[in-house]
Design a protein around this ligand. Sequence first.
Ligand code: MN
Length: 211
Amino acid sequence: MATEVKSAVFELPALTYSYEALEPYIDAQTMHLHHDKHHQTYVDNSNATIAKAPELAEKTGEEILANLAAVPEGVRGAIRNNLGGHVNHSMFWSIMGPNGGGAPTGPIAEAITKTFGDFAQFQERLNDAGLKQFGSGWTWLALSATGLQVLSTPNQDSPLSQGLKPIICNDVWEHAYYLKYQNRRAEYLKAWWNVINWAEVNKRYEAALKK
Ligand code: MN
């Protein structure tokens, strides 16, 4: 059997926990489809696109998304959608985990209280942004030059492309929740807080402050 060698620039990151680990909040079947199929497709399409713009292969996914203007126009849309999908999902898996949830800890806890009043008000803001995102997209906590902000983005658009540093993300595409929650996006958003990995969120926040 002939072996096809592909120049794979980006790779699907393995989950650091089992597909069942986020039950009952995110079911194993959703995790299998979401990680193995949806994310893999973004990776494959990113690599196919990068092959057409080899000058981008030297950069990280984050670097490319932070400077979309430098991406050749012919592939810019495909990069925004597919590399956005790869980078967003890679972050998403990393900020979740078993034994997650509860109140935030560490520096992000202080920053959330200072910016939003308290954790409950922050949760409401992030959930509300996710609920109001029409169609597919993401809800985010991101760091700007002036501090933390909540925003939502359509499709696979990254806050990196707006000069922001993403700290928390939640996927509000129907593929993220439909098998378990059907049309009840609000219920999914509320349940999702049980799987957030605050240690990883703190790592991202501290790294973003240093940049
Ligand atoms: Mn997704």
